[in-house]
Design a protein around this ligand. Structure first.
Ligand SMILES: [Zn+2]
Length: 96
């Protein structure tokens, strides 16, 4: 059974373009790593207020990061592990 609710939509959430969301997604990691410039942070936080999808993504990633940090290491997780986790998260967000 294949129910495809993800038609050929050009936008993600309302008026926000996929491009904006794509950029926001990339910056989420920078925000979580506190590796984001103040300007980017303002833009991203504004986007998060408008976009439920990216807000959910942010919650998901910050929770995943917290759990990983608590479980595996005090400060940093291995990049390889982080990469596989964000790959998993990206799979989940296919239905955007
Ligand atoms: Zn978005």
């Amino acid at each position: 059974m294949t129910t495809n609710s993800n038609d050929d939509r050009e936008t993600c959430c309302g008026d926000l373009s996929l491009e904006e969301c794509h950029k926001a997604m990339e910056q989420l990691d920078e925000l979580l790593d506190r590796d984001i410039t103040p300007d980017d942070r303002i833009v991203l936080e504004k986007h998060l207020r408008l976009c439920d999808h990216c807000t959910e993504e942010y919650d998901l990633r910050s929770k995943a990061q917290e759990i990983l940090r608590a479980k595996l290491c005090g400060d940093r997780c291995p990049d390889k592990l982080r990469a596989s986790i964000s790959a998993l998260i990206h799979e989940e967000c296919e239905g955007c």
